[in-house]
Design a protein around this ligand. Structure first.
Ligand SMILES: Cc1cc2nc3c(=O)[nH]c(=O)nc-3n(C[C@H](O)[C@H](O)[C@H](O)COP(=O)(O)OP(=O)(O)OC[C@H]3O[C@@H](n4cnc5c(N)ncnc54)[C@H](O)[C@@H]3O)c2cc1C
Length: 508
């Protein structure tokens, strides 16, 4: 941890060069920036800085090198369940880019892209497109609408619709490196001021550097190009439900061909009962069991019955010229999912009456909402940690992981919540570990549950796609040492004094 003397000197130097509004040491503010939802104490920063330009970020980085201070960049700090806005280590100076760098720099209606500063939220981008009467739509996450589009892409977050792979849809960034240099990636790297292809040509001359800045600590991104999809005249969400836990194998087998052939243009999710229901209701047995046991089978069955859902719900959407135009596609997936007799089609009219399905309806039609955040109220105390170990799109493999991970959650007295975010070959398994953060025993069980599940997946050769700050070093140790050495070498080259978030994603 940097000494309090070096932080004091750093704050004085930043204040002198960038003004008082650029950094704070106010106790309450530091307390709030240290808060998170993980099963560990808060991680209080040494200070919080608010740059207003790329040049200001450069100044923060240069002074950090001079004063031996570590920085932790956030955009909107909505990384709930992954660290929120707290730094990976206490004492790092949080650089909150979202507060003052939140402009939409460009929306190109012809080529279908926008250029964003770090603080542009899903909500702001959605509202701006709507206000302008744009022909374009964005891909929201199911998470906080105030989340940053740029940061979510950098953290390899996932959204909805056909443009759900947010990092995949990003194109061209501007980055301040740990040594204070600013670089533009891709076509932006051409010397000079005009770069018409910067945000439209993904793979330019030379190595593809954009990936270096995702889930790393090699630089602070100050601008990003993001592709936007032309809004189809009609979007038709669809839903199916399957009754039993062990139906996951069949569900995955049914989804794979629809994605490999791109018959369904959107991402397809296969989500379990409690993942959906936790955003509509709290755990009805918590008061009786004190949270020591997982919800009983009878309790689960009663909740499913109340909401008309089974063990797994499949969601996706079709695009077309009109409702009539997509009707044959809907009929075809209805036959596909109901052929074995297990799947039941939930019509769109019926889905409109089932509150937990509104999240997918909104997300697939490009509307960000905050409804899923209600899942933090499933147990008191607001604890959540995401474990993102996935599965190849092979039913038997997915079903086996499901059984093993469910057993671990049950052994720890915690509910099993999983949403499979399915592509053609791989499904990211979004496991939500919900617990009472104010209860030491539940925190310890949540922590042990995360580690045991992650160890189980790793022992089967499956890694995570993203991780809470608390577990980033733990996961780095699961990697081959040569990979870690390569990351350390890149870090040393781009940030020789290690001023940007040492320890983030396990990179020192
Ligand atoms: C109920 C719930 C549902 C969720 N659903 C989803 C979902 O569907 N999809 C999904 O992807 N996530 C989801 N999340 C997780 C998370 O809330 C979102 O990903 C959110 O968008 C992240 O917050 P942010 O965008 O403000 O990023 P931040 O908190 O600002 O940053 C995220 C990460 O990127 C780094 N970073 C940020 N800005 C920069 C920068 N300029 N330069 C370098 N590094 C930077 C940060 O250090 C941090 O590691 C969900 C969370 C909850 C609680």
């Amino acid at each position: 941890m940097p000494s309090s003397d070096s932080i004091t000197r750093y704050v004085a130097a930043v204040t002198e060069l960038l003004g008082e509004a650029s950094i704070t040491l106010v106790d309450d503010v530091l307390d709030r920036y240290g808060e998170h939802t993980l099963p560990a104490p808060d991680t209080r920063p040494g200070a919080v800085a608010y740059p207003d330009s790329t040049a200001a970020v450069q100044t923060l980085v240069r002074l950090a090198n001079e004063h031996g201070v570590a920085l932790f960049p956030i955009s909107n700090g909505q990384n709930i369940g992954l660290g929120t806005r707290s730094p990976v280590r206490p004492g790092q100076v949080v650089v909150d880019l979202g507060r003052r760098m939140n402009r939409i720099l460009e929306i190109d209606e012809t080529l279908g892209y926008c250029v964003l500063e770090p603080g542009v939220s899903f909500r702001a981008l959605h509202d701006t497109l709507l206000e302008r009467g744009s022909r374009l739509m964005m891909s929201p996450t199911a998470g906080p609408s105030q989340g940053s589009v740029l940061a979510n892409a950098l953290d390899k977050g996932g959204g909805s619709g056909a443009y759900a792979d947010h990092f995949g849809m990003s194109c061209g960034v501007e980055v301040v490196l740990g040594n204070g240099d600013v670089i533009r990636t891709g076509d932006g790297s051409l010397a000079g001021d005009a770069h018409p292809n910067w945000h439209v040509s993904k793979y330019s001359f030379g190595p593809f550097l954009d990936g270096l800045f995702s889930q790393s600590n090699f630089g602070i991104v100050t601008r990003m190009g993001m592709w936007l999809m032309p809004r189809p005249p009609h979007i038709e969400p669809f839903f199916f439900t399957f009754p039993d836990d062990d139906d996951l194998g069949e569900v995955i087998e049914l989804i794979r061909p629809l994605k490999q052939s791109n018959f369904v243009p959107t991402l397809i999710r296969a989500t379990n009962d409690l993942y959906l229901l936790s955003s509509a209701t709290s755990n009805p047995e918590y008061a009786r069991t004190g949270g020591t046991r997982t919800l009983s089978d009878a309790g689960r069955a009663a909740l499913r019955e109340r909401y008309g859902l089974g063990a797994w719900t499949v969601s996706g959407a079709f695009y077309g010229a009109s409702k009539a135009a997509v009707a044959p596609s809907v009929e075809r997936v209805v036959r596909h999912f109901t052929a074995s007799g297990k799947g039941r089609h939930i019509s769109l009219d019926e889905a409109q009456e089932i509150a937990p399905l509104h999240i997918a309806i909104n997300a697939n039609t490009g509307v960000p909402t905050d409804s899923e955040l209600k899942m933090l109220g499933w147990r008191p105390g607001g604890g959540v940690a995401w474990l993102s170990a996935g599965t190849p799109m092979v039913g038997s493999v997915a079903a086996e992981f499901q059984r093993a991970a469910r057993r671990i959650c049950t052994d720890h007295g915690l509910e099993y919540l999983l949403s499979n975010v399915c592509g053609p070959r791989f499904a990211r398994g979004v496991h939500s570990i919900l617990f009472n953060r104010e209860n030491a025993d539940e925190c310890a069980r949540a922590d042990a549950c995360y580690r045991q599940m992650a160890t189980l997946f790793a022992s089967n050769g499956v890694f995570v796609g993203r991780a809470p700050t608390l577990y980033q070093s733990f996961h780095a140790e699961q990697r081959m040492p040569e990979f870690n050495a390569a990351c350390a070498a890149i870090k040393h080259a781009l940030d020789p004094n290690g001023v940007i978030a040492p320890g983030k994603y396990g990179i020192e």
